[in-house]
Structure formats: C-alpha cells, structure tokens
Design a binder for this molecule. Structure first.
Ligand code: A2P
Length: 360
C-alpha cells in the first residue's frame, strides 16, 4: 500500500510489486531476470510463466530456485506488473486476464503498440506518455497496458531523438543489420548450429529461417506487405510517428530497409537524416555525447566505430560515424551508425525501465 502522504504512483498499490514474466524461458524472458537483478528492482515477489512445455522446470534467481508455471488465465492473481514477452498472440490472449486481476501489463510484443490509448514508451524519449490517467485500456487509475516499442525503433530513437528535439528531423532513411535474437532463442541456437555445420562441411539445418543464415544475410523475415515493405520496416515508421507524436510532433518522413545478419544479439543501423535546421557534425557529436542512454565510439583516426559486440550485454546504444552528409547542403544532413543490444535496450531493459517509471 502507498503510505499516507506519499505521492500516488501509477501502480498506486505497492512500492515492492509482485512481477510476472510471461515467456520466462525465452531470450528476452531470461534477460528480464538479469536486468531485474542488476538494477536491484524492488521486487515484492516473482512469478515465472511459459508454455506447458516448460512447466515444472526451474530457474535460478538471486540464489533461489523458481519453478516455471504454465501460463493460464488464472496465472495473474496477486500480480502487480506483468512483463509479457511470449509473442503478440499470447499478449492478445492473456493481457486482459492480467488487467482484470489488477496488474499493469508491460507488453514487449507488437500486439497493442499501435492501439489507440496504449502508450508506446521509450523512457529516455517519452516518459511523459505514462501517467496514472492514461495507462492504455485501463480506465482512469486502473491498470492497463503500456507497450514496449520494436527493438529497431528503440535503438534508432535513442540516437535520433536528441537531434530531432534540437533542430527537427525532416526525413529519416534507415537500413538495419539485425541480429538472431530478435527472432528468439531458437533462432540464436540455429545460427550457432548452422555455423558449426558449415565449418564442418555439412549442409546447414534450416528450421527457423527458410534460408541459410550462417555466413549469409537476407531481407528481414517478417511478413511482406503488398507495397514491398516488410512488417519490421513499417513498424519502424509507424511506431516512430506514434512515439514522437506523443510529444506533439508533426510526421517526419521515414523509410526503412531491414535486413537479418548472422550476429547473435545486437542490431546495427545506418541512419541518414535530413534536418529542418542546420546542425554541424561537431554539435551533433556533443549533443549525442550528453544524450541519456547513448555512448559514442567515433574515432576516425583509428577507424574505430560501434560494433554489435561493443553493444552486446551493454545498456547504452553506441553511436559513431557521425558526419555531414555530402549529398545535402552544408549542415542540413547527417549520417550516423548505431549499435544496440536487441535483447537488452531493444526489449528487456526498456520494459524494466517502464516498470520503474510506474514506481516513480
Ligand atoms: P516455452 O519455452 O515454454 O516455449 P523466444 O522469443 O526466445 O522464442 O521465447 C518465447 C517465449 O514465449 C518462451 O518463454 C516460450 O515458452 C513462451 N511461449 C511460447 N508459446 C507459449 C504459450 N502458448 N504459452 C505461454 N508461453 C509461451
């Protein structure tokens, strides 16, 4: 219970919430555990949920063995915050049961991101989107859903929002180099297995992706739309519009090309910007050096710029190759290269930061 005299929080019930992780055996679910532990999240209790396949297995957390339960509609009694990361269809099926039981849902899937009234939040970008009154699909101060954006969107916005706020971004052209983790733990295992098979001269086993992944790359595996964009590309466009519009923004022109590369867990992005007002590369570098959640690796002399391995297991998004785009008038265009851990800032860390905002 919130003590008398304290400001009510968005949770309005407790300062030590009981948290459920839905999809606890997955790549993001496992990262939730690490992030909750490393950030000393004030847990009142922890419940781990996954499919019937995992029920009864145990997971070690802070020196204790926690048994995984099968997810059902009855799983949410006593839960204050439900961290969902078991895919959009599971979120759609079970989020309402969590809300009805009194939990706030922080949803890592795409299930509710574009639903009207559901805040889509990157804590460094639009924390103001969460207030006690507007947690989506709840009413007034009742629990509801807060959506975690797509990983590529989060990573891009950490780097681009400070520039947008300073001088306005008129147009974004982004190309991604996306890791296996975005397709889940099984895709990471497939990359490892295929790499071994190819090195041993064997035929690679293609189960998760239809094409060879090791020593290859291909257009993102999300469904292709009639206009030639895949869903991942459109998520980057529409989610950015929603997140920036929450701060009263006009629509920036955005186009994206998303590619899956044989990297384990950090995405890279090449980002080209057209600006409303001029910004020098010196000013951009200074601005990004001070931006929350951003670190610079921008050493031209030694040709040392961000890599997915720099970003792996790190909280920050790394930015480099900050330069004036020669094809645009002086100061009106910038190029950036960005790397961020897909499992961490692209998913689990961002969601736990949202949960922390609920306690603030
Ligand atoms: P399980 O391991 O029992 O299949 P990833 O994104 O890494 O592939 O992880 C997906 C997560 O979603 C896993 O924890 C997986 O649990 C969970 N999951 C998949 N299907 C269901 C389901 N029907 N009910 C509950 N959890 C599910």
């Amino acid at each position: 219970m919130t003590s008398a005299g304290m400001q009510p929080t968005a949770l309005n019930r407790t300062t030590h919430p009981t948290v459920a992780i839905i999809g606890a055996t997955g790549a993001v679910g496992q990262e939730f555990l690490r992030v909750l532990d490393q950030r000393h999240f004030p847990l009142g209790g922890l419940k781990l949920l996954a499919s019937a396949r995992s029920a009864g297995k145990t997971v070690e957390f802070q020196g204790k063995s926690i048994v995984i339960d099968e997810l059902t509609e009855q799983s949410f009694e006593g839960i204050d915050i439900a961290l969902f990361s078991a895919g959009g269809s599971i979120s759609k099926k079970y989020a309402q049961a969590a809300i009805d039981a009194g939990a706030v849902v922080v949803d890592n899937s795409s299930g509710f991101r574009m639903t009207d009234g559901v805040p889509l939040v990157v804590p460094e970008v639009n924390p103001e989107a969460i207030t006690t009154a507007n947690i989506g699909l709840g009413q007034g101060q009742r629990p509801g859903i807060i959506a975690n954006p797509n990983c590529s969107t989060i990573i891009m916005l950490l780097a681009v929002t400070p520039i947008h706020r300073a001088v306005g971004v008129k147009r974004v052209v982004v190309s991604t180099y996306q890791a296996a983790s975005g397709a889940g733990a099984a895709a990471m295992a497939e990359l490892e297995q295929q790499t071994r098979e190819v090195l041993e001269g064997k035929e690679p086993t293609c189960t998760i992706f239809p094409q060879q992944y090791a020593f290859n790359l291909f257009s993102h595996n999300s469904p292709m739309k009639p206009n030639g964009y895949n869903e991942e590309e459109l998520k980057m466009v529409h989610e950015t519009h929603k997140i920036w519009s929450q701060a009263g923004d006009k629509k920036t022109a955005i186009t994206a090309t998303c590619v899956r590369v044989p990297i384990m867990r950090a995405h890279a992005e090449s980002i080209n910007l057209t600006l409303d007002k001029p910004m020098t590369e010196v000013d951009a570098r200074k601005l990004l050096a001070e931006a929350p959640g951003v670190s610079l690796i921008d050493d031209r002399e030694n040709n040392r710029f961000p890599t997915p391995l720099d970003a792996s297991h790190a909280d920050d998004v790394f930015v480099g190759r900050i330069r004036h785009d020669l094809s645009q008038p002086e100061g009106m265009g910038l190029d950036l290269f960005v790397c961020g851990d897909q499992v961490r800032k692209g998913a689990a860390l961002n969601a736990v930061q949202i949960a922390e905002l609920l306690l603030a």
